[in-house]
Design a binder for this molecule. Structure first.
Ligand SMILES: [Cu+2]
Length: 154
């Protein structure tokens, strides 16, 4: 079913020829989606992961976001600092190329949620809004998963 819906969405986008107005397109019919979006909660922080796909004709930059009962949403990356890896906000945001995708995964790029007061249960679908540098946004449904011991910090 997901694949079918996806094809329809692409046809709809192609049909409206909206590539000349990327900003309007981003806010009305988002060209960006997240495949297999999921959340790993960890106390008052959490990470959201999945494959960010950009079907649009222009690159988009994910600069932040929001979610219900989450104080702050940032896009993070891991960088080496001396001998250890630390995570930080991606400078300038995370660019997703036109027609391309970026994988969010534990230990790599991730959507960082802080000051989480939501009482999420495994299996809950959480609406997470990602905002773009051009002012557009998209809301995706991310499924809460059980945190496993092997996973690194979000
Ligand atoms: Cu982080």
């Amino acid at each position: 079913m997901r694949k079918f819906a996806f094809v329809v969405a692409v046809l709809a986008l192609a049909g409206c020829g909206g590539s000349s107005e990327p900003a309007a397109q981003a806010s009305s019919a988002p060209a960006v989606s997240v495949n297999e979006a999921y959340i790993l909660p960890n106390g008052d922080v959490a990470g959201m992961f999945g494959e960010v796909v950009n079907e649009g004709a222009d690159a988009v930059t994910v600069t932040g976001g929001s979610a219900p009962d989450v104080g702050m949403v940032q896009v993070h990356e891991y960088v080496k600092e001396g001998t250890k890896e630390i995570m930080r906000e991606v400078p300038g945001g995370l660019e997703v190329p036109a027609g391309g995708s970026v994988q969010l995964q534990p230990g790599g790029y991730h959507v960082m949620m802080m000051d989480v007061t939501a009482d999420w249960q495994v299996g809950d679908a959480v609406p997470v809004t990602l905002t773009f540098g051009d002012g557009g946004s998209v809301t995706v449904q991310a499924t809460v998963r059980e945190r496993e011991g092997m996973d690194s910090m979000p």
